[in-house]
Ligand binder design. Structure first.
Ligand SMILES: Cc1cc2nc3c(=O)[nH]c(=O)nc-3n(C[C@H](O)[C@H](O)[C@H](O)COP(=O)(O)O)c2cc1C
Length: 190
């Protein structure tokens, strides 16, 4: 396989992941850096990928720690592993925040299922739950969550690609410019 093929196959796989229930990249780890310089990781749903622009879209509650951390420091890493593809992807990049009321947030909200909308209507993530919320599956009207719904757009500037293989593993490093153009690529030892 040529390095250009590594690049295109990785991004095609990522682009298909949000609509492929079998893909290991449907759920990815989003890693940010907190106020103390500590790495913080959490699983999120990969909502949309623009493979040409090297963009990944993630939805979250703007009251969450990740939103606060990324507001302070937009540098992030995304890590995923797909068992069927036998590939690990480690993407480095920058996150742009699209707060409630922003065009992209409005558009994404409009397309969400009612149940998903309702998950944004409860108390702040990490806060103490109130009794009513603990005893009820519906924590508020759908529309209530819109005020807290934000979109994170992750722009990749590099990809560390690792394939588990027999007889040997393979690993490649790929760099992108701010327009998503592949600017450098090389094989490295796994
Ligand atoms: C399978 C799975 C999918 C998740 N998807 C999301 C998501 O898309 N967005 C999100 O904000 N949190 C998602 N979560 C919850 C986060 O992992 C995390 O617990 C929560 O957002 C609080 O993280 P924070 O305090 O670092 O902001 C998901 C958790 C699991 C287990």
């Amino acid at each position: 396989m040529r390095l250009e093929e590594v690049d295109s196959s990785a991004w095609l796989t990522l682009e298909g992941a949000p609509t492929d229930p079998q893909s290991g990249f449907r759920f990815i780890n989003l890693c940010s850096v907190d106020w103390n310089g500590r790495p913080q990781a959490r699983v999120v749903v990969l909502r949309r990928v623009d493979r040409l622009a090297r963009l990944l879209e993630i939805h979250t509650d703007t009251r969450s720690q990740k939103w606060v951390e990324l507001s302070n420091n937009p540098i992030a890493t995304i890590l995923g592993f797909c068992a069927s593809a036998r590939v690990q992807l480690r993407l480095s990049g920058i996150v742009r925040l699209h707060p409630p009321g922003n065009d992209l947030a409005n558009y994404a909200w409009h397309k969400l299922a009612s149940w998903t909308r309702s998950t944004y209507a409860g108390g702040p993530p990490g806060g103490e739950p109130n009794r009513d919320e603990m005893n009820s599956f519906t924590s508020g009207a759908d529309a209530d969550g819109k005020a807290f719904f934000g979109v994170l757009l992750f722009q990749a500037d590099s990809l560390d690609w690792f394939e588990l293989g027999k007889p040997s593993n393979r690993r490649a490093m790929l760099d992108y410019d701010s327009a998503g153009v592949l600017t450098a690529s090389r094989w490295v030892n796994p």
